[in-house]
Structure formats: structure tokens, C-alpha cells
Design a protein around this ligand. Structure first.
Ligand code: ATP
Ligand code: MG
Length: 437
């Protein structure tokens, strides 16, 4: 164990961070994504302090396969963009860079400052950036070249002690961004770590703040949860702490009222995770597998699969599940796959819905569009929300990151066409050959 020091005004050294060696943190370098390493290396060679950060470091220490590798750097978005040919700056207010490598997208953020408290978007130092991250277990920086983990907030000890401890003060952590409540419960359930009583108490007290969060952000969260191998456990915990009602109010009501629905609903999440959840290791992932766990119990309770006009029956089912999953606005295609998957399980093959289907669930068109994009973006393993310590504000003041690709796509079309082989905006899966970063 080493220490990183800075100098106080009086000239005395102050301990800033604990630095753990490979032996101490236990990350096996071979588990670190080679493209992520190359991106970090390239930025370092250009003179910018850069690390792998967030969930990837947490998961590597826990011996789990990270679903994405987020990178944070001293370099500004404009510099990062110049350094990587295959990259794109996204976001207007909250700018970060997507660097493309083959079919993968890496989010490269610039250190955020504390100048405007925990919510501003100006750039800062690593010491400031770390204090804007939500939980200590998400605040470790990994330097792949030296294979060191830099820990400013005691995240490594918290991993060893198996606890989720906030970095941001309890007074503001959830008022600044209520989605952090969902994140806290998710990490607790996924890792088996404990949430301290003070944190659980705050969550219970502040849970109603989630009512102000935009459907697009809630959609982002639920999509990530249903793709997780621990979906059943996460949903159960969210429900127990009174948060699930903001993500899926209709299902939450049934969970409380109907024990049989509860049992099947939770079982479906567990089964879906076995089928295709992260880390499940199973091969086949049928289209709609994740979404189907959100709707199967409801659909089976409300649909008469023996009706003769199965196509008509399917349209009605599609519309009713769209209302059932509100305020979530999943991409139509994904929901369509899920409904047809369940019909197929009952031996009924139906044709895909011809869009547009007129009747819409309540909720503004803007929210719909955002929700669909958010969900589309988050639905693949390479896609993730901005991996920076951002603060969304209760009413989604955070710029909706998923809006940016749309705007950029329009601009891009006017200027130069996207070269072949480069991932299209929003694309998460590609077939093109690996590109050099
Ligand atoms: P996972 O991707 O498994 O959900 P993650 O920790 O990587 O977990 P991301 O949403 O990818 O989560 O974000 C990456 C990092 O950015 C987090 O680990 C955290 O440090 C920071 N972060 C993300 N969202 C927030 C937020 N709302 N508030 C504070 N920090 C955040
Ligand atoms: Mg991540």
C-alpha cells in the first residue's frame, strides 16, 4: 500500500489517496478490456492523466466481468475528440466523448469540478471529480499501465467490508439526483453489500423525489436492471424499500395485492437472467427476453390465448402491456419482441405489429421519444448512460444524453456521411472488423 500526498498551505504533506498494487487489489490484468487499456494509454501518451473508473473497477475487484469500461481523463472533450479519430462528443450541457472501437463504445469523461457544488458541469481535477461520484465502491480509479488502484475515499475498504457508502453528503445525494436511490439499492442487491441504516433511512424518507424524475431516466434504469443477472433480487429490494412503485407502478400494485402475481413476476426475472442476463454465460438470447420478464405475469393473467383471431388478440395485448409498463417507454420493437415471445410460449405465432399503432399511452410525445432512445441506447451491453459523476436534478435537469445523437445525426448528414465501418449513432452491436483506436 502506498500513499499519494499533496502539500498543504503550510507546506506540510497531506495524505490524499491510498494506492493499491496489483497484489493488493487483486485485479487480473487479463480481465481488463484491451481497447479500454489502449484508450487510456493513448491519452496518457498525449500527456493527460487518465484512468478506468466506476463500475468496471468495482466489478474487476469483485472478480466479475464488467459490462462496460468507463474512462475518465484530464483531457477536455475537444482534446479527446482530436486524439481519437473514431470518436464523437455527445451532450450539449454535459459533454463527454464516445470513443468507438470495433463494435464497442467507450465513454470518456473529463474530470468534473466542484466549483458549482455537486451539480455543475465545469471541468476540474481528479480530487474534485471523485467527490462527485455517488458511492465509494464506484469511485476507484484504475491505472492499467502501472496496474494500480487509486482510492481517495476508502472505496477499497468498503468493498472488503461489503458496504455501500455514499461519497456525496447524505443531505444532498438524493435531492440532487433521486436516481441515486435506485442505484444504491441496485448495487446493494447485485453485490450483496449492506446499505448502512442512515442510507436506508434517507431512501425511505426521500423516495417520493423519484416521482419527479423523467420517464426517460427511469426507463434507462429499469432497462439496465432487467438486463442484469441479479434482476429478481434488485426488483425485490427496490420493492421492499418503496422505490419500485416509481419504476413500475402497475406491477408494484399487483406485487402488493396479489401473492401469486408476486411469485411469478419475481420468478420471471430470475428465469430471464438465467436465459440471458449479464454473466449468465448462456448462449441463446431470444429477442425480447429481458422485456418479457416485465410483462409475462400480467399478460398471462389478462390474455385469453385461445381466442381465434390471434393477430387481433396480439394487437390488444401489445397495447395493454404498453400501458402496463408506464412510465417506462420501451422501444416498440423490443416490446413487440417480448409480446410475441410470450405468445410463442403459448404456441401462437403472430406477425409483427405494423407500426404506427394509433393509440398511445398517456405521457408526452417528447418523453416517449426520449424514452425510446434511452432504452434503445441502454439495451445492449456496450451501451450505458453517461458514466460521469453527473447530477440530474430531480426533474431531469441533466441534459438527456440520448438527445444528442439525434441532433448530431442530422448535422452529420448535412456535412459528411458516416464512413462505412464506423458505428452509427446509437448503435451498440456491430459486425465490422476491429478498428484501431
Ligand atoms: P453499472 O454500469 O454496472 O450500472 P456503474 O457504476 O458503471 O455501474 P454507470 O452508470 O456506468 O454506473 O456510471 C459510471 C460511474 O459514474 C459510476 O460508477 C459513478 O462513479 C459515476 N456516476 C454515474 N451516475 C452517477 C450519478 N447519478 N451520481 C453520481 N455519480 C454517478
Ligand atoms: Mg458503467
Amino acid at each position: 500500500m502506498r500513499f499519494r500526498y499533496s502539500t498543504a498551505k503550510n507546506g506540510k504533506p497531506i495524505k490524499k489517496a491510498v494506492v493499491y498494487t496489483a497484489e493488493e487489489h487483486g485485479i487480473s490484468f487479463s480481465d481488463v478490456d484491451g481497447d479500454a487499456v489502449r484508450i487510456v494509454e493513448r491519452l496518457k501518451e498525449s500527456g493527460f492523466d487518465t484512468y478506468i473508473v466506476g463500475g468496471a473497477v468495482r466489478d474487476l475487484i469483485l472478480g466479475k466481468k464488467p459490462k462496460d469500461f468507463d474512462i475518465v481523463s484530464e483531457a477536455s472533450p475537444a482534446r479527446i475528440k482530436r486524439i481519437f479519430r473514431n470518436s464523437r462528443v455527445i451532450g450539449n450541457r454535459f459533454r463527454l466523448v464516445h470513443v468507438y472501437a470495433g463494435n464497442k463504445i467507450f465513454e470518456v469523461c473529463t474530470f468534473r469540478s466542484l466549483k458549482e457544488g455537486h451539480t455543475g458541469n465545469s471541468f476540474g481535477t481528479i480530487e474534485e471529480d471523485v467527490l462527485r461520484r455517488d458511492f465509494t465502491v464506484n469511485s476507484l480509479f484504475y491505472d492499467p499501465r502501472q496496474q494500480l488502484v487509486v482510492d481517495f475515499v476508502g472505496g477499497m475498504k468498503d468493498i472488503w467490508k461489503k458496504r455501500i457508502r455514499p461519497v456525496i453528503p447524505l443531505e444532498t445525494i438524493f435531492t440532487d439526483d433521486p436516481v441515486r436511490m435506485i442505484r444504491a439499492v441496485k448495487y446493494g442487491a447485485a453485490t450483496g453489500f449492506k446499505l448502512p441504516l442512515s442510507l436506508r433511512w434517507r431512501i425511505r424518507r426521500d423516495s417520493s423525489l423519484l416521482a419527479q424524475v423523467s420517464p426517460s431516466r427511469l426507463t434507462e434504469e429499469i432497462v439496465k436492471i432487467i438486463h442484469s443477472a441479479q434482476a429478481a433480487r434488485i426488483v425485490e429490494k427496490l420493492d421492499a424499500l418503496g422505490l419500485f412503485r416509481y419504476l413500475q407502478p402497475n406491477a408494484s400494485k399487483l406485487l402488493a395485492e396479489n401473492p401469486r402475481f408476486r411469485e411469478r413476476y419475481l420468478r420471471d426475472f430470475a428465469a430471464a437472467a438465467d436465459l440471458g442476463g449479464e454473466g449468465s454465460g448462456t448462449g441463446e438470447k431470444k429477442p425480447g427476453w429481458a422485456m418479457s420478464s416485465l410483462i409475462r405475469a400480467f399478460l398471462e393473467d389478462t390474455t385469453d390465448f385461445s381466442l381465434s383471431d390471434s393477430q387481433e388478440n396480439y394487437y390488444a395485448a401489445f397495447l395493454s402491456v404498453r400501458r402496463f409498463v408506464l412510465p417506462m417507454n420501451p422501444p416498440r420493437l423490443e416490446l413487440d419482441h417480448a409480446v410475441r415471445l410470450i405468445f410463442a410460449e403459448h404456441g401462437i405465432t403472430v406477425k409483427r405489429a405494423r407500426f404506427p399503432i394509433r393509440s398511445r399511452p398517456s405521457g408526452g410525445e417528447g418523453d416517449r421519444a426520449r424514452g425510446e432512445q434511452a432504452s434503445a441506447r441502454s439495451s445492449g451491453p456496450a451501451a450505458a448512460p453517461p458514466s460521469c459523476p453527473v447530477s440530474a436534478g430531480p426533474a431531469a435537469e441533466r441534459e438527456d444524453p440520448v438527445q444528442a445523437p439525434k441532433k448530431r445525426r442530422r448535422r452529420r448528414r448535412r456535412k459528411t456521411p458516416v464512413p462505412e465501418g464506423r458505428p452509427q449513432p446509437g448503435e451498440t452491436q456491430g459486425t465490422g472488423a476491429e478498428q484501431k483506436i
